[in-house]
Design a protein around this ligand. Structure first.
Ligand code: FAD
Length: 483
């Protein structure tokens, strides 16, 4: 169904119904995205102050067949938060930036109710002030918003222990595409009452409705943390060490991040002032973190695991953080890698996962595969404990990525073919957005795609929600090829 542009009449109608604070200038921050791959467009930018204003806006957009792009912190990496120029009538960009309240925090229930526009770091801080932990943690946490985190089912550095955004959410309040409000802010850990709409909206990237608030799970705050920066023999050693750590520190390993020597070289090149551990870094490194309660001999257990691992040759040099400042410095290295990568400029970036045991094979096969394209640099790093790697390909040192633009698609396809062959995923944590829409069609299970189209058509028959994200615009209505 064709969508309409935002007209003067449509805007005048909204101006009569909404306070002036809702209307925002369509400045560059709403129209660009971190990778610079898409130039967005907006018929207008609206920032509602509560769920009723969201409902009013969606109701009007539905009736007038005007597209809506929900906008959180704008940190998404697959172009889901911007509708590019030339891809249809400029939509309403609906920013959640004014809906930042923490509506409730209940330590007894271990739950907090947060509006969708709350910045992730503020949510973490609020939990900390109440003596609790909200464990979702990403390098973009100072800018991304909890609604965006849920809409993308964000992962980050503590998934190994606490799960991803989906696992941290008990209930949602959301506005459906026709303007109806779904009051689903349950605080229940168990609730088997029919289809799980919460799980449908989480990870839907704003294509099925607008999340306006969430009931989030809280956890006890670990009394002690221990971080270690390690040189390891190879990626296989990372997996062997993961098993040893999990055996010796059951349930306590929270971070397990692989770092490639290339990542260190990029830090030296792009962020030379950042202090890096190791005078002579090896090819592969790991940042491991474990945390626990006061009674557990965390340090002793970690030292024993590391001593054994060094003895059998899994680990070379090992640095254990001696205090909180050192621990933070270790994490600053890991968290700065995306920024260094951005400054170097990837030809193609991939957010992949494979079954844990196949990771070393995948890394070796990836090197051979990329070598076919020339002397390119690979920065392969990330959440190895979750089987999730950021597998990014860069031009040779001193050269710019623009010269390699023609290689972008063939490299992406080669990496994704490889990952698919290993039974993996072409998007482990960033989503599909607009960047990976063709990949979803290429690698997605036909029955799954048919169900996705049916769900989209049922919940958003006019197709106003984030047009062109995840599924192509006409796909909601496309019949199942099998029928
Ligand atoms: C430096 C850096 C590091 C990152 N590290 C990680 C990482 O470790 N793990 C990870 O998973 N991601 C990571 N990301 C990606 C990004 O931060 C996450 O995808 C994040 O969850 C996006 O949140 P946001 O608020 O910025 O959403 P946006 O970018 O604004 O939007 C993302 C999608 O969610 C939709 N959306 C936003 N708000 C709502 C809402 N209220 N209701 C419905 N739909 C909505 C948008 O329409 C869009 O489809 C990183 C990004 C950067 C720049």
């Amino acid at each position: 169904m064709a969508l309409n542009p935002v007209t003067d009449g449509f805007l005048a109608d909204l101006r009569a119904l909404l306070p002036a604070a809702c209307f925002r200038p369509a400045d560059a921050r709403y129209l660009s995205e971190p990778r610079g791959l898409y130039q967005g467009q907006a018929g207008c930018v609206l920032a509602p102050g509560d769920v009723f204003e969201v409902a009013l806006i969606l109701g009007r957009c539905h009736a007038a067949r005007v597209g809506v792009v929900p906008y959180g912190g704008g940190t998404g990496l697959v172009g889901a938060q911007v509708m590019p120029v030339g891809s249809g009538p400029a939509p309403v960009v609906l920013s959640l930036e004014r809906m930042t309240k923490i509506r409730a925090l209940d330590v007894g229930d271990n739950v907090m109710i947060v509006e969708a526009g709350a910045i992730l770091a503020d949510v973490q801080d609020a939990a900390a002030q109440a003596g609790r932990l909200f464990p979702l943690s990403l390098a973009s946490e100072g800018s991304c918003r909890i609604g965006g985190n849920l809409a993308t089912n964000a992962g980050g550095v503590q998934v190994l222990r606490y799960g991803n955004a989906r696992d941290l959410c008990l209930g949602l309040e959301a506005v459906m595409p026709d303007g109806r409000i779904w009051h689903g802010l349950k605080r229940l850990y168990k609730d088997n009452t029919g289809y799980d709409l919460r799980d449908l909206l989480i990870g839907a990237e704003g294509t099925l409705g607008v999340i306006t608030a969430a009931a989030l799970r809280l956890f006890p705050r670990p009394a002690q943390h221990l971080a270690a920066f390690l040189q390891i023999r190879d990626p296989g050693a990372a997996l062997a060490l993961l098993m040893r750590c999990q055996d010796r520190l059951p349930g306590l390993v929270s971070g397990f991040e692989l770092i490639d020597r290339t990542g260190f070289d990029f830090l030296a090149e792009a962020l030379p002032d950042l202090r890096r551990p190791f005078a002579d870094p090896g090819k592969w490194m790991l940042l491991v973190e474990a945390s626990g309660g006061t009674g557990f001999p965390l340090e002793k257990a970690m030292h024993e695991v590391l001593a054994d691992a060094i003895e059998v040759g899994l680990v070379g040099e090992a640095l254990v953080a001696q205090n909180e400042a050192q621990r933070q410095a270790f994490w600053a290295v890991r968290e700065s890698i995306p920024e260094a990568n951005r400054r170097i400029g990837a030809i193609s970036s991939h957010d992949i996962s494979v079954p844990l045991g196949r990771l070393p094979e995948m890394i070796a096969a990836g090197q051979a595969c990329i070598a076919r394209f020339g002397d390119l640099r690979i920065n392969c790093f990330g959440h190895v404990g979750d089987g999730n790697l950021h597998y990014n390909v860069y031009p040779p040192k001193g050269q710019r990525r623009d010269r390699y633009a023609d290689l972008r698609e063939p490299i992406k396809q080669a990496v994704h073919d490889l990952v698919h062959g290993f039974g993996g995923s072409i998007s482990a944590e960033h989503g599909i957005g607009r960047l990976k829409r063709a990949d979803l069609l290429r690698y997605g299970d036909p029955a799954k795609l048919a169900m996705m189209r049916a769900i989209k058509t049922a919940l958003d028959p006019v197709g106003i929600m984030n047009p062109g994200a995840v599924l192509a615009e006409d796909e909601g209505a496309r019949p199942d090829p099998a029928t």
